[in-house]
Ligand binder design. Structure first.
Ligand code: 5GP
Ligand code: MN
Length: 339
């Protein structure tokens, strides 16, 4: 764990400043929840804060408090760059390396002379920030933002808006409080957030009960495509661009599909390969159960990373070749996948 010198940060933030807050590209509930929570907090401290997202967030997050204030770098690039240049602080949340915002935005962040603050729970954090709070044992960046406010001695500044944002990220990054990183502290923080006004049942519905018929048909297609490689305790799913088009794919529709593989008895490694024709890549999600590190696997073979049990990566090859290549790697991990 790496921690912040809070005394120094508090005095740096003592006068009103312009502050940009950045989640990772393809932001999820934890990325949007943590950045919007921080936005509400910093505004209360008298700062002029703006969340700049590298690209669009899925529609099941659009209800979040002040979501409409988020600048989309892909759509409002000029304004986003101007905002970054004028900022005295840049907070980067829920990612460990500037490459996670995408190449063009990364270049524009790297040339800033601004003070960076990083709050993140991914492994192997980079050291670009003057203030880094990194803890890979914590389930969600949203839980870290709660501890951050605690260390700033500002828990009393948690409004219902902040509570709703933080609860959302904890909910989504723990798979509804079921993943291994969910601790007693996580539940205590969640309970405190409910006391501060987080509407837990409403949030759950807003995030998970948003299926459309076409999304469920896409789920059916994904499950039909599932292949079990029992020798390696592995389940793989693939979706081609043609299949995504057939079922009217919208951003967020493939969220969580990879977990179906892991729900099968005896499976410890689950993977989904999703073709993205526009970006000419195959996006890959890896999940594992137990000691097999998908972070290491994604780093070693698919230009990615993440956590021990949940990671992502990509391939510039075709969908077929990517899957074929993946299968050639498995024998090297046979022992690790036995456990
Ligand atoms: P997902 O599979 O849900 O996209 O991501 C799982 C985890 O891996 C998340 O914590 C996410 O931030 C991380 N992740 C996803 N894609 C990448 C990637 O390409 N590179 C790195 N370093 N991390 C990733
Ligand atoms: Mn996260």
């Amino acid at each position: 764990m790496i921690t912040i010198d809070y005394k120094a940060l508090k005095s740096a933030l003592a006068t009103p400043a312009k502050i940009a807050i950045i989640p990772h590209r393809n932001p999820d509930g934890d990325a949007i929840g943590s950045t919007l929570a921080l936005y509400h907090y910093l505004k209360q401290l008298g700062h002029e804060a703006v969340v700049i997202s590298p690209n669009e967030a899925p529609s099941f997050l659009h209800w979040m408090p002040s979501f409409e204030t988020i600048l989309n770098y892909e759509i409002d690039r000029e304004l986003a760059i101007k905002t970054l240049e004028e900022a005295s602080f840049v907070f980067t949340l829920d990612f460990n390396h500037l490459s996670r915002v995408g190449h063009d935005m990364q270049v524009n962040l790297e040339r800033l002379k601004t003070t960076f603050v990083m709050i993140d729970h991914h492994q192997q954090p980079d050291s670009y920030a003057q203030y880094t709070y990194s803890d890979t044992s914590i389930c969600a960046t949203c839980q870290m933002v709660y501890h951050f406010m605690e260390s700033m001695e500002d828990l009393d500044k948690i409004t219902p808006e902040i509570a709703n944002c933080l609860y959302t990220g904890i909910l989504t990054d723990t798979g509804s409080f079921k993943f291994a990183a969910t601790t007693a502290t996580t539940h205590k923080v969640a309970a405190a957030l409910i006391e501060k006004g987080a509407q837990n049942a409403t949030i759950h519905r807003a995030i998970y009960d948003t299926n459309s018929p076409s999304r469920l048909h896409l789920l059916g297609c994904a499950l039909k495509n599932m292949e079990i490689l029992s020798e390696f305790h592995t389940a793989i799913i693939h979706l081609s661009q043609a299949e995504l088009d057939q079922y009217n794919y919208k951003k967020g529709d493939t969220e969580g599909l990879v977990n179906y593989g892991l729900s099968i008895e005896g499976i410890v490694f689950a993977v989904i390969f999703i073709e993205n024709a526009a970006e000419k890549i195959v996006k890959i999600s890896f999940r594992s159960q137990g000691s097999f590190s998908v972070n290491e696997f994604a780093r070693a073979h698919f230009n990615g990373g993440g956590h021990d049990n949940a990671a992502g990566g990509r391939s510039d090859d075709s969908l077929e070749n990517t899957i074929a290549h993946f299968k050639t790697l498995l024998p090297n991990y046979k022992n690790q996948l036995e456990k």
